[in-house]
Each structure stands twice: as C-alpha cells, then as structure tokens.
Design a protein around this ligand. Sequence first.
Ligand code: NOJ
Ligand code: MG
Length: 388
Amino acid sequence: MARKALWKRSDKFAFGAWTVMNAGGDPFGEATRPQLSGPDAVRGLGERDVYGFEFHDNDLVPIGTPPRRRDAILREVRKIMGSTGIKATAGTTNLFSHRVFKDGAFTSHDPKVRAYAVQKAMAGIDLAAELGAGVYIFWGGREGAEVDVAKDPVEALKRFREAMNFLCAYVLDQGYKMVFSIEPKPNEPRSDMYLATAGHALAFIATLDHPDMAGVNPELAHVKMAGLNVVHEVAQPLEAGKLVDIHLNAQKPLRFDQDMSFGADNPKEALLVVKLLSDYGYAGTKAFDCHPYRTEADPWDFVERNMTAYKLLEAKVDRVNSDARLVAMLEELTGADDAGLGDVLLSYSRKNAAKLRGMKFDPAKLAERRLLYERIDQRLTEILLGAE
Ligand code: NOJ
Ligand code: MG
C-alpha cells in the first residue's frame, strides 16, 4: 500500500498467527495461496510493526512434534521476536482440529478425551509462558452439541468448569503471570456452543474457584452471528473489569463465520466499538481475528488494512468527541439534575426511600422532553462520511 503506515507499536495491535497462516481453503474449496509456517507468520507481522501475535499451540508446534524440535521452533520464534520487536500477547490451545475432539474437549463424554484436552492445554500454557504471553484464551470450538438429548448441558458446564479450575490451579502452582480469557461464540463449528455470549461467559466465570483469574475476549463476528449488538457485548465485560482482550473483525449478521476485516461491513458499528475502547481507556491488546479474502495471493494487504481502518476510525472518534454540535446535543440529553435526584438513587437508605416516596412526578410532563436522536445519529453519519 502506498499510504504511510498510520499505526505504531504503541497502538498495541495484535493478530492471531492463524489469521495470516490461513491459506484460503474453505469447506467447499482448496487453498488458494501458500501456507505460511508459524515462524514466518510471526516474522511477517513483526516486520510490519505489529505489536503482538496470538497463537494456538499447534500454529507454532504441530501436534506430535518431538520435544527437541519443539525447543528448536521456540528458539527460532524467540529470535524473530528479538529481531523484529514483536511480542507474544496471547496463547491458546487448539482443541478443535483433531478428530479426537469431534464431540468436545473439556466437555467430551469420554474422561480420557477430557484428560488429553487438559494435558494439551497445560502444555500450551507452558509454551505461552515461555514466550511471555500474559493472556491465555479458551475458545470452546467443539464444546457444544447437535443432539442435545445425547449430552446433558448441565453436566457439560460442570466438566468445562472442572477443566478451567484445574488449569487455573496449574497456572498458580507454576507461578505464571497469566490470566485466562473465554471467547464466546454461539455456533459453528458445532450446531450450538456452550458459553455463547459475553454474558454467558461472565456468569460462568463467577462460578470458578478463581474468578479473578479469568476474563472475556469478545469477537465482533461471533456477536453478529448471534444477532446481537457488538457495542453492548464489548461494554458488558468492559464495565465488569473483565475485558482482557478483544477480537476485531467484521461479519454480516446471522450468517456463517465470515471473519472479514475490521470495518469491512459496518463502519458505523466499528466506529462505535473504537469509541467505546478509547473513551474508557481500554489498555489491553486489540487483536484482529479475521482472514484475507480467498482471492488474495498473500496476507499482507490484509494485515495493513485492518490496522489502517482502526487508526482512521480512531481519528474519527476524536472528531466525534470534539464536534461542538454533537457534544451540545449529547449534553442536552442528560438534562440538569436541579432536584439532586442522582444522590437519592445512588444508594438505598431509609432516608432516601422516604424522600423518594414523598416526591411528586408528572409523567405526562416528563414525557414532553424532546430527544434529538434523529439529529444526533445523522451528525454521527455526517462525521463518518467526512462532511463538515
Ligand atoms: C479460531 C477461531 O476462529 C477464533 O475465533 C479463535 O479466536 C481462535 N481459534 C482461538 O482459539
Ligand atoms: Mg477469535
């Protein structure tokens, strides 16, 4: 791309190594571009001033790799990290590709499969710790069902919890500085998956032995697949202090997992996600989890466009937040609290309850208030479209 790069490492952008290793194959067709190795993926990202990479255990170390070869790969990746400055920001376990996980990993009926999954996650956690990753993601790709009568969902959640508790205790025992992150998804590859949304994940985390050790990384496309609101899905873990990572991309609602580049489908929605993260000073990594169109010969235009889109949207957020007309209209929405009602509602006390009981409200009068939503929304659209 001819444009001067807009991003810097301090933006804390990351890519899943798997995003650039995607060779264009899909359920209906073969690969369309050469398959990058894990180390080459990390190198390519590092050379483009990307802050970090996320990885599955098998992106770097294919399943069945002998220990000496594993160590050699690790040395190579560390060398690339040293020479390009890229960091390992999040690790995860591939608990979905191998046929052993055809009916789940942590939630499999078979205790041997569950034990193999936990053992594989322990090894992945070791790998992530060795590379310095502070976040470890759990995306339950195969944790779900097609035939609900054949798998008790209550039992499945208990098994999921057992595995997470075991692994939290493992991290503590090893003294690793690492938090877990659950990545929700409603379906695909399973017909229905457990922990489908950020809300499901947050409720589940509260039941863990070490709830402080776990957060959520919502993925925008997964939210759209559930037909939900991406801004709300990110806001809930953010408000709970549980947003430990985010997977940015784009997706038309209610379709197969499209994994398009950030901003490719609904720029207004993307703008509001960037605004949320920037207004609330989100300090974690912003990871892109999508893949190049199948028509691309290599993944590098894709890498650059995602970061460029974020930076352009970030500049728009500054414009939105400093637009006098918009700011004035937004301020008008809240109205003046001349009766000090905010304090009454802040916390329950008998005094506050008595005060509230004694107050007179005129609902018809209150309903007269004009809310300038048409104008506000239009002003946002204008800014997005570059109007003065
Ligand atoms: C692949 C999934 O498509 C993606 O959404 C997820 O973040 C990673 N695996 C991590 O497990
Ligand atoms: Mg993801």
